[in-house]
Design a protein around this ligand. Structure first.
Ligand code: FAD
Length: 297
């Protein structure tokens, strides 16, 4: 019997799915197996069964920070996009891992709750955002976390679920420090505000983003993390790299830290451009930039 048949009880399951359809940069070859569970319980059971069968796993949310390889992934990719539920819990939200950031921004606005303003215009889903500690220079989504519920790897195919707080995880700048744990859901604290105030704050941020980022062209956000007290975009720009291209991957001339896909770029093009940027910045400024993009090797 095909091993794939063991997995269909966990929700929608397909074979050979092009990952380019699941990344905002529109790159990535086929996933051998592709799952889209509807509930956190199914997600956890699926992860456990895959570990028991020794099948490599990669989780993907909106793919807004991810660069899967052109060769694809010879294992199971779990897309969280069907687990979109958001529950109001006092002044906070209990959120499943696949809830999109735009839906959280919208729900908080409708309920006059403040907290998600910095995520206006940021694509992604809750699990990916927690894994990346998405946000701005001074703020990350972990600032809202009361607790998260995670599936724990490395238990020999036995289900293990844990609850963690910000203190027990110790996330950093653009790094949720999850160490292989998979987010099933989270409880986020918000504070009472008003629609006019939230709208005003969101608009200010959105105007800034629309001016400085190539928001209408496929990209994956910032390619590199900002080094302490500096900006990766400024350093890349100072090396004259805006507009540089490899194949159809190009350094945005609006924001030097964004790599855009002009149409038909491959992951290999993107990785080559990342390497060129990193090497040039190191040679000219002595700063060794750290990648923010998650490249699947
Ligand atoms: C136009 C644009 C603007 C952007 N602006 C910003 C910005 O202002 N600030 C910012 O921080 N980022 C920004 N980004 C990057 C991106 O939006 C964020 O990093 C976002 O949080 C990624 O979420 P995702 O669901 O797309 O993650 P994915 O790319 O799908 O995954 C990212 C990582 O998270 C892991 N992951 C996904 N789900 C889970 C889970 N349930 N449990 C554990 N790990 C998981 C993946 O395995 C991968 O390692 C921008 C991107 C774009 C395209």
């Amino acid at each position: 019997m095909d091993i794939f048949e063991n997995y269909t009880e966990f929700g929608p399951a397909r074979k050979s799915v092009a990952l380019s359809g699941y990344t905002t940069l529109r790159v990535g070859g086929p996933a051998a197996m592709f799952f889209e569970p509807h509930k956190p319980e199914h997600f956890a059971d699926l992860l456990t069964q895959l570990e028991r069968d020794d099948i490599p796993v990669q989780v993907i949310g909106a793919g807004a920070n991810s660069v899967p390889s052109d060769a694809g992934f010879d294992g199971a990719v779990i897309h969280t996009g069907n687990m979109r539920r958001i529950f109001q819990d006092g002044d906070g939200f209990r959120v499943w891992s696949g809830a999109t950031l735009p839906s959280l921004v919208r729900a908080a606005y409708e309920l006059e709750l403040s907290g998600f303003e910095y995520l206006i215009g940021v694509p992604g889903q809750l699990g990916g955002a927690l894994a990346m500690n998405a946000g701005s220079a001074q703020w990350g989504i972990w600032d809202l976390v009361e607790n998260i519920t995670v599936w724990v790897p490395g238990k020999g195919g036995h289900l293990k679920i844990e609850e963690h707080t910000r203190e027990s995880v110790n996330p950093g700048y653009r790094d949720g420090n999850l160490q292989g744990k998979v987010v099933l859901e989270a409880l986020l604290n918000l504070t009472k505000s008003s629609k006019p105030q939230i709208k005003h704050d969101q608009e200010q941020l959105l105007i800034k983003k629309n001016k400085s980022q190539p928001v209408t062209i496929p990209s994956a956000g910032c390619a590199f993390k900002n080094p302490p007290n500096d900006s990766a975009g400024r350093l890349i720009d100072s090396c004259g790299l805006k507009g540089l291209s490899v194949g159809a991957a190009e350094v945005s001339d609006k924001h030097a830290n964004f790599i855009i896909n002009r149409g038909g770029a491959t992951s290999a093009d993107v990785v080559e451009l990342l390497n060129i940027k990193q090497a040039k910045v190191l040679a000219e400024t002595q700063v060794d930039l750290l990648r923010e993009l998650v490249v699947w090797d």
